[in-house]
Design a protein around this ligand. Structure first.
Ligand code: FAD
Length: 373
């Protein structure tokens, strides 16, 4: 088969490397918009311990041990400057996005896949006639560049503003920190992803964002302000913004269908989900494995491949969307819960998604099916 993958992020790289491993003589080409040193974001949280967990992309990397991933078993909530610690009930893995993506790209190259950097795909019509299958894994950029009307996403913006900071302060647990500041409520999601850095995502309502003047601050001023809001939690350490990243409203992309003709959507391009449930990369892995399964079941019939993929992937994407939206809405109304005690707010946080079918169970089932080759 002759396959074009658009976007060298976790979704495209996972699909490309694993399908090539199974079919060394197939032609797989990846086109990437950015240069090879540009990666957006700091660390992400992944499920389980590599190399054992099939939804953790590190499990597929021969050099996973060199990535300095950090394992997290405890969850810490801080409210009214008082902390409550409990077990997460499962092991989570904090990993640096940049080194994870580099290792995934290295694996692709070792397997004989060509990655064309600084080659944004702008027109799909020609590509779709030149390749048997085109995999669109261009992340949330798909919102601006959906190529065809039939692939157009539904887009919804969250009402909170957020910023993805990094910090040299080490958060040894999954941390959720609520701050009732004079300008409004700020929430930080923080955990270590290497032995010297942590992710520190901050969110607040639009009102708090404007009241605190974040809209008019330079990047340096905003860093200093956020570091002062969370000074005691950061132990006086700074927060660092990546150049180009701005305070924004979370964008959810959704689709009713994962394909059009011989073009399929994968990863965030198919369905993005709020960072507060930390599942986007996991969904990219699950989607990629389901697509590989479909390709293998129907290799000589691309229409059957994409229809089979659609039937299998859409239910899990819908469930992911429900969990992510429920969680986003909870964080958008958290200002109303600030009067609660630490244990009450912890309970509300735990219960926010309990009425939904379990996402980890659905993903384990989908992956179990996909990996039966
Ligand atoms: C604040 C924040 C925190 C997050 N935390 C977590 C977390 O803890 N755990 C987790 O699992 N997920 C997390 N995520 C989500 C996760 O980052 C995404 O779900 C994941 O990166 C999706 O992978 P992808 O390959 O689909 O897209 P991306 O990683 O966005 O990759 C898309 C690639 O396509 C390229 N591209 C774009 N347009 C084109 C084009 N026209 N032509 C060619 N290439 C193109 C881009 O340059 C990029 O390299 C978080 C997201 C945010 C915003």
């Amino acid at each position: 088969m002759n396959i074009l993958v658009i976007g060298a992020g976790p979704a495209g790289l996972m699909f490309a490397s694993q399908i090539k491993k199974l079919n060394p003589d197939w032609d797989i080409c990846i086109k990437e918009k950015n240069n090879q040193d540009e990666t957006v974001g700091w660390g992400v949280v992944l499920p389980g311990r590599a190399p054992h967990h099939p939804a953790n992309p590190l499990s597929y990397l021969p050099n996973y041990e060199s990535l300095d991933a950090q394992y997290l078993d405890a969850f810490k909530m801080t409210h009214h400057n008082e902390s409550a610690l409990k077990s997460t009930g499962l092991t989570l893995c904090g990993a640096e996005r940049k080194s994870m993506i580099k290792a995934m790209r290295d694996l692709c190259i070792r397997l004989g896949i060509h990655i064309d950097y600084e080659q944004p795909v702008e027109n799909l019509e020609l590509a779709s006639t030149q390749y048997d299958l085109v995999v669109v894994s261009n992340g949330i950029n798909h919102a601006n560049q959906f190529y065809r009307e039939a692939l157009k996403p539904n887009i919804e913006y969250g009402t909170n503003r957020y910023m993805w900071y990094g910090t040299p302060n080490l958060f040894n647990e999954m941390n959720l920190i609520f701050k009732a500041h004079s300008k409004g409520v700020f929430v930080a999601h923080a955990y270590k992803y290497s032995s010297d850095m942590s992710t520190f995502v901050v969110e607040c309502s639009e009102e708090t964002y404007l009241k605190s003047g974040l809209d008019e601050m330079s990047a340096d001023q905003a860093e200093a302000f956020i570091a002062s809001v969370f000074e005691s939690d950061l132990n006086g350490k700074p927060v660092i913004a990546q150049s180009g990243l701005k305070w924004r409203n979370f964008m959810t992309l959704s689709h009713e269908k994962a394909y059009d003709g011989n073009i399929v959507l994968l990863g965030d391009a198919l369905q993005s989900g709020h960072f507060s449930i930390g599942h986007g990369t996991t969904m990219a892995v699950v989607g990629a494995q389901l697509l590989i399964k479909s390709v293998h079941q129907h290799a000589n019939n691309v229409i059957a491949v994409v229809e089979h993929f659609n039937t299998r992937v859409m239910p899990v994407m819908k469930l992911f969307d429900q969990h992510a939206q429920t969680s986003r809405l909870w964080f958008e109304s958290v200002g109303e819960l600030m009067h609660l005690s630490t244990s009450q707010i912890a309970q509300s946080f735990t219960e926010r998604r309990e009425q939904l079918p379990s996402l980890p169970e659905a993903l384990a089932k989908a992956l179990g099916y996909a990996l039966q080759r």
